[in-house]
Write a protein that binds this ligand. Sequence first.
Ligand SMILES: CCCCCCCCCCCCC/C=C/[C@@H](O)[C@H](COP(=O)(O)O)NC(=O)CCCCCCCCCCCCCCC
Length: 215
Amino acid sequence: MAGSENQKFCLQEVLDSFQLCLSPNKEVYLEHYIAGWRGLVKFLNSLGSVFGFISKDAVSKIQILVNFLNSENGSQYATVQSMVKFELDNKLVDVDKKGICPESGCRTLLRLHRALRWLELFLERLRTSKEDDKTSVMCREAYNESLAQHHPWVVRKAAGMAFFALPGRPTFFEVMNVGPPEQVVAILGKAVPLISEVYLITEELYLKHNLLDLP
Ligand SMILES: CCCCCCCCCCCCC/C=C/[C@@H](O)[C@H](COP(=O)(O)O)NC(=O)CCCCCCCCCCCCCCC
């Protein structure tokens, strides 16, 4: 998988990864969750260096999770559910905000999980958008409704500036690399509910274990 962030993006690949994410009993496989994010980072990279600071942060979080998956405890990280259990049972999470485990799997995944909500809201806006709607507006609205609430002023400001550099809807659809606009809309129609399901399962799990505010 190394270096896959530099290859050409294809929306179908992301859809496939999120499809593979769910086990028959609705657990979330970390490997496929990570693959989905790798695909999205590819997309971001293809939009240019203005988005480098966002892509860099996503890549570093992906890498932390990959390292856990490849560690001697890798099998405990097979699913998000098993990761949460393992890290909580072994006191590997900063539940009482002490800063002893600043890079736990749970807190790292939480950052991507929050970004997944932004993605869901953004893709749904794209799916239902009209030809001359602005991607920057869709992106900002989705961001303000989700991730922005977890970001300090300086990050919100930087993100806001980057949104201005987003290409228009036609270019955006082209970069998705799945064919004409109707096809993009059709694939988005499959991707959004899937992403939403993965998001909800993770959200409920984190809520149950009181992990939604991990520092
Ligand atoms: C296509 C437009 C892309 C716009 C992306 C919108 C999200 C804006 C996020 C701005 C993040 C700025 C970077 C810094 C973040 C960190 O401070 C912050 C907190 O981390 P910490 O607690 O370790 O400090 N990190 C995060 O919240 C995680 C952010 C992860 C963002 C990943 C975004 C990937 C975007 C993929 C684009 C895919 C487009 C979809 C097309 C099919």
